[in-house]
Design a protein around this ligand. Structure first.
Ligand code: LMR
Length: 394
């Protein structure tokens, strides 16, 4: 049977990771996969995570199964982190998932189950795994304009025009903050316009929030998600703990499905548990337990927030340094958008050919669509990147 398998195209982010590893050059710079690196190029275990793990190992008396939805304390802690008190708890169904990708996958499974005809609208561009999973699940999909290559900001007029054609019951995937792959984000006022439009279209939002705390801070980064959640009768939120807790390999995420009222919630909750059972039964527990321990202990939480804030400010500093260096080299403000973007990524807005040129001549590894992981830079590699950008003629 295996001879019938069709080779699938490689995921461009993961293929780049492999190519970087094989490059023998010492001075190579990895701006590919979205993983935070400190000034020494390491991805550290956060202090609060280390301490939470120590406590869990010391105190844990059993490895027996949790529930199909994961530990309810994890759901409560994450609902609180993402939504605060904007939505009544009894309207929210939630399941722990293997990472943010697991949450997206389960959200799509739920949509497919509830409304097989619903089209899923994606920003163009979006994280490549969004369209890939949708294609794999054979779900109807469409794009809405998002990035303006001329300004390297959001093409808001194009976005509104495209979302104006969304049909009743269609699902619109919105990035909660720190748009991946562009780094260009809607302002709060623009998000309000999008919400008003989607309400008139009777659409269902699906929010992907994977970088809370990496843009403008934990609370500000949650604002768009909260505005969406409080405006709609029904919506879905897929949240990842991979980046903001640095627990990438532990696969820690959550899917929240907000029902129109408390009476409708139990059916959604049971269906999400059923979908977990079909796909992998019980979700992973360790990362979720670490996150719960941190969020519910005031000292650990304060330490986590402080370290996350250091990380965020470090990324902002690198953005500014890169924009300043490019200003110095080009004598222009052409690259000032790099300081305005938020989150881990910025899309440079150049061609795959010039991306390739920077890789060959300067050992700079960025995704072919010119997405750069700003958190992969440090003070020493910023000038190398700036020179590569200018030499390549971007
Ligand atoms: C990324 O976009 O680089 C991250 O979300 C990691 C991944 O799984 O692609």
């Amino acid at each position: 049977m295996f001879e019938n398998l069709k080779a699938q195209p490689a995921d461009k982010i993961l293929a780049l990771m492999a190519a970087y590893r094989e490059d023998p050059r010492d001075e190579k710079v990895d701006l590919g996969v979205g993983v935070y690196k400190d000034a020494n190029g390491n991805t550290p275990v956060m202090r609060a995570v280390k301490e939470a793990e120590r406590r869990i190992v010391a105190d844990q008396t059993t490895k027996a199964y949790t529930g199909l939805a994961g530990d309810p304390a994890f759901s409560d802690a994450m609902i609180n982190l993402v939504l605060g008190d904007t939505v009544a708890r009894d309207r929210i169904a939630a399941v722990a998932t293997p990472g943010g990708t697991g949450a997206i996958r389960q959200a799509l499974e739920l949509i497919k189950y509830a409304a097989p005809e619903a089209k899923v609208w994606l920003s163009n561009p979006t994280w490549p795994n969004h369209p890939s999973i949708i294609k794999y699940l054979k779900m109807p999909t469409a794009d809405y304009r998002y990035f303006d290559n001329a300004t390297r900001g959001v093409d808001f007029a194009g976005l509104m025009e495209d979302l104006g054609t969304v049909a009743e019951g269609d699902v619109v995937l919105l990035h909660g903050c720190c748009h991946n792959p562009t780094g260009a984000n809607l302002t709060a006022a623009q998000m309000d316009e999008v919400i008003a439009l989607l309400k008139t279209r009777k659409a269902v939002p699906l929010v992907d929030i994977a970088y809370q705390g990496f843009g403008d801070g934990l609370e500000d980064d949650a604002a768009a998600t909260r505005a969406i959640a409080s405006a709609f009768d029904e919506c879905l939120i897929a949240a990842s703990c991979s980046k903001n807790f640095g627990v990438y390999r532990e696969r820690t995420g959550i899917l929240m499905a907000i029902s129109k009222d408390a009476e409708s919630q139990p059916l959604t909750q049971k269906t999400l548990a059923f979908l977990n059972r079909q796909n992998y039964s019980f979700p992973p527990d360790h990362g979720a337990r670490v996150v719960t321990t941190i969020l519910t202990d005031p000292d650990l939480r304060a330490d986590w927030e402080a370290e996350l804030e250091e990380t965020r400010l470090g990324m902002l500093k690198l953005r500014q340094q890169l924009a300043d260096e490019l200003k110095r080299l080009t004598n222009s403000d052409r690259f000032s958008f790099l300081a305005d973007h938020r989150g881990m990524f910025s899309r440079l807005g150049t061609t795959p050919e010039l991306v390739e040129k920077m890789r060959e001549e300067h050992g700079i590894y960025m995704v072919s669509d010119s997405r750069m992981n700003i958190a992969g830079l440090n003070e020493k590699t910023v000038p190398i990147l700036a020179k590569a950008i200018v030499d390549a003629g971007v």
